[in-house]
Design a protein around this ligand. Structure first.
Ligand SMILES: [Zn+2]
Length: 334
């Protein structure tokens, strides 16, 4: 009996110790100075982000592999409502090479999204891209074992926060829309953006972008998408992102894709030129998370969802039962 109680206290104690450790890590990152160096390659690459940015080793990191045979269709995930995603002259768009990617920051009346199973409305603050040096890699998320040559992230923050900065480390702070790219015909909607690459060739160079319709940069079908909770895919990797990754892809030509790969450089002006490419984080473990699909997503005919639900509930109830039995055993026999 006494042993049973001691065992229980030991389990409870180690659970609290884990919690205390996690809290102390969070405090650690908050006092860290900004601007610590990181990169996609070498000594400061993704495998070592964790040593400076503890959140990068969390349980809910991004990107992840989306296996469409294992997603859960959620009837609450309806269509999005987009407001102000057209070209508005009052809006200021700044295109910048920040040494990690090409990023367009939005200022002025911000485009707003609601619906899509989201509780509130969210403002679009910036978008940027991740790409590789060849067509079979470059996207951050992967879909049914496939990588795409590029992925665009349209970053929104919850309107209950005043800015992207304020929302960036809040669990409900950010909604990012992710879009895969495929090679196809030339996409004239990307001409304006790409025409600025020569003037922002080097790190820290920026330029003003003409009014541009955000809608025109997205794929046609915005009804089929996947949803999960994850993180920023760059340090400090805060787990503050509700991800939406769309199934339909944006098409651009091979030549347009090559402009991303070859015109932009990762170094500052005057330094030895290094192509800005292979700028994506490797896949992260899904751990205990589920990925949900929007309500119009058609599951494959061989219904893996039912099997997955049955299997998961069997695992959950069997592991719970084994804990109960273990405790009862020690209480009765010690
Ligand atoms: Zn990104």
């Amino acid at each position: 009996m006494v042993f049973g109680i001691l065992l229980f206290l030991q389990i409870a104690n180690s659970a609290f110790a884990d919690l205390a450790l996690k809290r102390s890590q969070i405090r650690f990152i908050k006092v860290k100075p900004h601007g610590v160096h990181w990169s996609y390659h070498g000594e400061f690459g993704p495998a070592n982000w964790l040593s400076v940015y503890p959140h990068c080793g969390g349980e809910k990191q991004s990107p992840v592999h989306i296996d469409s045979t294992k997603v859960f269709v959620d009837r609450k995930l309806d269509d999005f409502n987009f407001h102000g995603y057209d070209a508005t002259p009052e809006r200021n768009l700044t295109i910048k090479n920040n040494g990690h990617t090409v990023k367009v920051s939005i200022e002025g009346p911000l485009p707003q999204v609601s619906g899509g199973g989201l509780k509130d409305s969210y403002s679009a603050a910036q978008f940027h891209f991740h790409w590789g040096s060849v067509d079979d890699r470059g996207s951050e998320h992967a879909m049914d074992g496939k990588n795409y040559p590029m992925e665009m992230h349209l970053v929104h923050y919850a309107d209950k926060y005043r800015s992207l900065n304020e929302a960036v480390d809040k669990p409900d702070g950010l909604k990012v829309l992710g879009f895969f790219f495929e090679i196809g015909d030339r996409n004239p909607n990307f001409d304006k953006l790409i025409s600025h690459f020569n003037s922002i060739k080097h790190k820290d160079a920026e330029s003003t972008l003409e009014p541009i319709s955000l809608h025109s940069l997205m794929p046609e079908n915005l009804s089929v998408y996947f949803r999960y909770h994850g993180s920023l895919t760059t340090p400090p990797c805060f787990e503050s992102v509700t991800w939406t990754v769309f199934k339909d892809t944006v098409k651009i030509s091979k030549q347009q894709m090559e402009s991303f790969r070859h015109t932009l450089k990762g170094n500052s002006k005057g330094e030895k030129d290094e192509a800005l490419t292979e700028i994506y984080r490797p896949l992260q473990p899904l751990n205990s998370r589920n990925i949900y699909a929007s309500k119009v997503f058609e599951r494959p005919i061989d219904d893996p969802l039912t099997r997955a639900i049955l299997r998961d509930s069997a695992i959950q109830s069997s592991s719970f039962l084994s804990i109960v039995l273990t405790v009862v055993f020690f209480v009765l026999f010690s």
